[in-house]
Design a protein around this ligand. Structure first.
Ligand code: ADP
Ligand code: ZN
Length: 304
């Protein structure tokens, strides 16, 4: 049995786990990603947490194959740096791989978090049978991982799949990237909460907006239907571009379940250009809880 140290760096917390080569999470912990603390200190905390997981689990370090890291983009996997991640302002241009390599006596691998989660779905999740698929995560933002011809598509610098910034409705407001009406600006969990709060004149979470729509609130139903349509539009663009065998959707908003998957499937069946594309299955991600950690570990345990 071999082990990987999986690290999933997020804007609010970072998860750290020990994962076997069959994908079992044997130990895990998480620490807050404190924006007031320098990333040099944060990585020391992360490494210390990983080392204590190893000693608590009494795993011989000779059994550890490496460290896999999933981190928010944009990044540059060629130099092992994060570049300008909007949710981690103090980490801009941070040499993550170099610093982790200084702290760990194991090889370190880095990919953006959606790409890593995509690999996890191929390894152990909803896309084990697919040689061509797209993984979309709809959460605070929208991201994707691309897997084509039996290989993970990372792009030249690890940023392939930044589909959250497809422009879907240029008449909508301005996104963090400076364009107007990006997919994540109008269809992420954050976008649902923002639009629902505007409509109802009070603070509404994305989950509450979906719940109100399901309970028959007309205003919320109109919003949610529009969001499902936007998700459908993005899926059709991906199907027309990449011709995947399936699309796997994860992230907080995918918890909405059946209504979302039905609406998106129906949009795709009406609007994808080619008849095969119209039948592309749109399925929920299988790895929910530990997708980030398993994806990070997959960078170590699998060939991609
Ligand atoms: P992160 O973006 O940090 O990876 P999540 O994948 O949990 O986190 O996504 C968080 C987003 O998903 C938030 O906008 C939240 O409102 C939304 N969300 C989480 N759970 C649900 C749910 N059950 N129904 C609808 N939206 C949800
Ligand atoms: Zn954008």
């Amino acid at each position: 049995m071999k082990y990987a140290i999986g690290i999933d760096i997020g804007g609010t917390k970072s998860a750290i786990g020990l994962i076997t080569d069959t994908g079992e999470v044997v130990a895990k912990t998480s620490i807050p990603t404190d924006p007031a603390v320098s990333p040099y200190v944060m990585v020391e905390r992360i490494a210390a947490s990983a080392m204590s997981l190893i000693s608590e689990s009494q795993i011989d370090t000779s059994l550890i194959s490496g460290v896999g890291i999933g981190a928010p983009g944009p990044l540059d996997t060629r130099s092992g740096r994060l570049t300008v991640p909007p949710n981690l302002p103090s980490w801009h241009d941070f040499p993550l791989v170099q610093e982790m390599s200084r702290l760990f006596p194991f090889p370190v691998k880095l990919e953006n978090d959606a790409t890593a989660a995509c690999l996890a779905e191929k390894w152990l999740g909803a896309a084990q049978d697919a040689d061509h698929f797209v993984f979309i995560t709809i959460s605070t933002g929208i991201g994707a991982g691309l897997y084509m011809h039996g290989k993970l598509i990372t792009g030249a610098s690890g940023n392939a799949g930044d589909v959250g910034h497809f422009v879907i409705d240029p008449a909508a407001g301005e996104c963090v990237c400076g364009q107007r009406g990006c997919w994540e600006y109008i269809a992420s969990g954050t976008a649902v909460a923002r639009q629902a709060s505007e409509k109802l004149g009070r603070e509404v979470s994305s989950k509450e907006a979906f719940d109100l729509a399901a309970a028959g609130d007309l205003q919320m139903k109109e919003l949610v239907d529009q969001v499902f349509r936007y998700i459908g539009i993005g899926c059709v663009t991906l199907i027309n571009t990449l011709d995947p065998q399936k699309i796997v959707i994860g992230g907080g908003v995918s918890q909405v379940g059946e209504p979302l998957f039905q609406a998106v499937q129906s949009y795709v069946s009406a609007h994808a250009l080619n008849p095969i594309g119209r039948k592309t299955p749109i399925v929920p991600a299988a790895l929910l809880q530990d997708a980030g950690l398993i994806g990070a570990a997959a960078l170590v345990h699998t060939e991609y």
